[in-house]
Write a protein that binds this ligand. Structure first.
Ligand code: PHE
Length: 359
C-alpha cells in the first residue's frame, strides 16, 4: 500500500482542480486576442500544462478516488477545450465587426459635390431661346465665316455703307467662284446673313431665331468686344405687321425682365428693314427715374428691329406683294449686362471663377 504523499491526498487534488477551473475562467475572461488564447491553451491543456500535471498525480491515490478524479479531470479538459473554442469564435466575430467599422462609417455625410453652372452668357442665351420657342420660333444656325454677299449685299447694305468699312469688318481673303466673281470672305459682323440663307431654302411661313457669334474689328472696352453674340429673329408670312413685331418683342421683354418692365419703340435705320426701330426698356438701374447709366433719360437701348425690307425679299425671290415680315437682332452680352447689372462686358470673357460663381 502506498503511503499518500503530501501532495497527493484526495483533498489537495480536489482543491487543485477547483483552482484550475477558477483560474481558467478568470484568465479567459481577461483575454481579448488569439495569441493570448493560444498561450492559455498551452498553459492549461499542454503536455506540461496544469491539467496534465494533476493527471500525473492520479496513480498515487486511492483507486476509488483515482476513478472519481480521473473523470472530473477529463470533464475539466473537455470543458476547457470548449471554452477556448467559444472564446476564439467571439474574438473572430468582434474583429470582423471592428474592421467593418474602420473601413467605412456609412453614417458619415459624403464629400460635397460642386455642381457646374452654365456661363452667364449661356444662361441668357438659353433663356432668350426658350421664350421665343414658346412663341413658336425655331432655332436656325449659319456659318461664322461668311461672304460679302450674305453679310452685306443681299441685306441691302450698299457698297459705300460704313458697315463695310475695313475698320468694322474682319476680311479673311478674296476668294473667286467658278465665274470669277469676288466672293470676299469675311467674319460675319452680325447674325442677319442667316435670314437670307434660310429664306433661300424655306418658303413662308418662317419663324426662326438664330443664336451665334459675331465679329467686329473694334477696340475692346467696357461695352465693346471684337467677338460677341447675337440672337437674330425673323418672321415672314402673309399679313405680318408692325403690330406683330411690337407685340412679340414686348411679350419677350416682359418674360425676360419681368411683367413690370416698360418698353418703347424709337425710329431707327437698318438697310435690311424698313421701317426700322430700336426697342428701349425702362432703365433697370434707376427704374426709369434717370441716372448716369441711362444718361438721365430713364431708357436703355435693348435691341434693333424692323419690317423686312422688300429689297431683301427680291434677293431671295419672295413675292414682295404677298409676304411681309419682321426681323430683330438682340445682343446677348448687352441683355446679360442689363439683366445681371454688370457694367463691364470684359468680365464675361475673363473666366474669373469668383465672377462666374455669382450666376
Ligand atoms: N443686324 C443688326 C445689328 O447687328 C440688328 C438687326 C437685326 C436690326 C435685325 C434689325 C433687324 O446691329
Amino acid at each position: 500500500m502506498k503511503t499518500p504523499h503530501k501532495d497527493t491526498d484526495s483533498s489537495s487534488i480536489q482543491s487543485k482542480i477547483e483552482n484550475i477551473s477558477k483560474e481558467l475562467n478568470k484568465e479567459l475572461g481577461n483575454t481579448s486576442n488569439s495569441e493570448a488564447i493560444s498561450n492559455l491553451k498551452n498553459k492549461y491543456l499542454g503536455r506540461k500544462g496544469s491539467i496534465q500535471s494533476v493527471l500525473k498525480l492520479l496513480p498515487d491515490i486511492e483507486i476509488d478516488d483515482r476513478k472519481k478524479y480521473g473523470k472530473v479531470l477529463n470533464e475539466l479538459k473537455t470543458n476547457a477545450e470548449n471554452l477556448f473554442e467559444n472564446k476564439q469564435k467571439e474574438i473572430n466575430k468582434n474583429s470582423k465587426n471592428n474592421s467593418k467599422k474602420n473601413n467605412a462609417d456609412l453614417s458619415l455625410p459624403g464629400y460635397p459635390v460642386k455642381f457646374a453652372n452654365s456661363h452667364p452668357l449661356t444662361q441668357i442665351k438659353d433663356k432668350i431661346i426658350s421664350i421665343f420657342e414658346s412663341l413658336g420660333f425655331q432655332i436656325a444656325l449659319g456659318p461664322e465665316i461668311e461672304t460679302d454677299y450674305y453679310n452685306f449685299e443681299a441685306l441691302n447694305i450698299p457698297k459705300d455703307h460704313p458697315a463695310r468699312d475695313l475698320q468694322d469688318t474682319f476680311y479673311i481673303k478674296n476668294e473667286f467662284n467658278t465665274y470669277g466673281n469676288n466672293l470676299k470672305v469675311l467674319l460675319r459682323t452680325h447674325t442677319s446673313p442667316v435670314q437670307v440663307r434660310i429664306m433661300e431654302k424655306v418658303k413662308p411661313p418662317i419663324r426662326i431665331i438664330v443664336p451665334g457669334r459675331v465679329y467686329r474689328n473694334e477696340a475692346v472696352d467696357s461695352t465693346h468686344s471684337a467677338v460677341f453674340h447675337q440672337i437674330e429673329g425673323l418672321a415672314v408670312d402673309a399679313n405680318v405687321t408692325f403690330a406683330d413685331l411690337k407685340a412679340t418683342l414686348e411679350c419677350f421683354a416682359k418674360r425676360f425682365f419681368g411683367e413690370t418692365i416698360s418698353v418703347r419703340f424709337r425710329p431707327s435705320y437698318f438697310p435690311f428693314t424698313e421701317p426700322s426701330a430700336e426697342m428701349d426698356i425702362g432703365c433697370v438701374f434707376c427704374s426709369g427715374k434717370g441716372c448716369s447709366i441711362c444718361k438721365k433719360s430713364g431708357w436703355l437701348e435693348a435691341l434693333g428691329c424692323g419690317m423686312v425690307n422688300p429689297r431683301v425679299f427680291d434677293y431671295v425671290k419672295f413675292d414682295r406683294e404677298k409676304y411681309t415680315g419682321f426681323a430683330f437682332g438682340i445682343g446677348i452680352e448687352r441683355l446679360a449686362m442689363l439683366k445681371f447689372k454688370v457694367n463691364d462686358m470684359r468680365l464675361f470673357y475673363e473666366n474669373d471663377l469668383r465672377f462666374l460663381r455669382q450666376f
